[in-house]
Write a protein that binds this ligand. Sequence first.
Ligand code: AMP
Length: 599
Amino acid sequence: MNNFSKLGLSAGVVEVLDQMGFENPTPVQQQAIPMLLENNPTDFIGLAQTGTGKTAAFGLPLIELIDVDNRATQALIMAPTRELGQQTAAQLKEFAKNNKKLNVEVVYGGANIVNQIKALKKPTQIIVATPGRLLDLIKRKAVSLTNVRYVVLDEADEMLNMGFKEDIDEILSHTLEDRVTWLFSATMPKEIRRIIKKYMDAPLEVAINTEQKSNTDITHQYVVTKGANKVPALRRFMDLQPEMRAILFCRTKRETQQIADDLSNLGYGVEALHGDLSQAQRDAVMKRFKTRAMQLLVATDVAARGIDVNDLTHVMHHQLPDQLESYTHRSGRTGRAGKKGISLAFINPREGRRITELEKRIKITFEKIEVPTVEELKASRINNWANLILNTEVDEQANDILYSLHGKFAHLSENDLLKRLITTQLDHLLIQDGNEGDLNELQGGNRRGDSDGGSRRDRRDRGDRRSSSGSAGKNRYFINIGTIDGMTIPDFVHYISDTAGIKRNDVGDISMQKTSTFFDVDTDGGSGFEDKFKGLEIEGRSIRVNRDDEGPKRSSRGNSGGGSGYSGGARKRSGGGRGPKRDYRGARGGSSRGGGRRR
Ligand code: AMP
């Protein structure tokens, strides 16, 4: 028997759930569904994060409570992002697929409003919407909320974080006094309490204990390493666990892009997701991530909101979020739907206090782990290679080749032959570029052990770096244009010099990545440089130019970035033996100059 049938749902809905593989209600569903059905109408608070099954917790009761013979809009679900809205609407449509009279429509910003207005002309009992677009539609009289009896505020804390407070207030002012409000939130900051007080009356409440969930599904870990070693450390984890499928959270868009580009240049299956990408680009990235065309998604918190990917093995934090509450949102991307996951934070030696704060604030326990050593990596590579040989089925063609060699190796002993074969694989099996140091640091202070390896690396790092103001007499800049825009290096020089009105020779040391480029500009020609790009667009994206005042550490050295790469194994494992994907110096793929135009 399907355990959803005990919650008061109709047989038709239980049948659909059965087909969807929903057999056992999650804790929030177990508690919320009967509560909402039995106490209708009631205000309701669900303290639950994404991944707990909250959509079905409110979606199933809604479907049962809607009067399908009434064609008016009776329920409104507000979501912070287009992605979450789409997922919610898709789930609701699936739940209601046997009920042809029930219509669910989703509307969000960034898409054609005329099409949405058209779609809303047919009877739509449930509207899922992002607040900004909904307000637009209300103002255009494409939506009437006068019959709405249920308002769901989904991920309410995220909506407030994103600045939708006024929009929500205004939208609610268009609804009936006696409508009920169901609010879902992962956290309960002051502003949420204020909304509850203002809009809700004696709400019933279900709280899914974060502590319980974290303990069972998510293991929280951290490593201590210096800022510049975070990405090399990350690579060691990726190399050691080729099956890893993860999101790495970063704080800034620029850093997000840079890390993704650096890793991608080293042959890892990695892409960036951030707000400087167009919606079409973001959709394409998400599609590739979902279809496993890449292993790691590097994302900002904002861009990652609403992402619904169920089988992540890891969530990683390049830095801990500024707002500790966001940690819950980030880590909740793994350990979903009953699966286990790891949330791994890379912290520098001074951030230990923040781990303690997090433990107290969200009642979780962190485990300190070590960045894998080079020895572990070597052992793992060798072991993987040996297993590959053991598990390889002999191909017919191998027989032919062996035959054609006419006993060429007959004079070699078995051992000799193996050693020679291994020697041909050294590139893959060993770590070649001197990045052999211990990347672990002591919390609150010094490097742990291996000071020799460390200082060697430090020296190399210093040699590799430049001052943040670029080379002598130059400023270094970042621009959100790259090969994706069809630009080559000569195109880029023309474009920059023409737009800024400077000499071609004033633009130098160009490091072009997929969606961003770092370059130097001669300080003489560069006064007011950034302003020359204000209001320009390329491929529908606003062009942004910033001084690269974070400067050296990641300064887009491509393959040589930070001097920390080791060759072979990473490429082989994550990319099936691919070498670096792209060398910008040879990039000639583009057609147009991609010239920006003023808005
Ligand atoms: P949500 O927290 O609503 O975003 O749900 C997280 C994921 O879990 C979604 O992909 C749902 O399809 C899935 N899910 C929700 N409830 C169940 C359930 N009772 N059994 C199996 N999968 C579920």
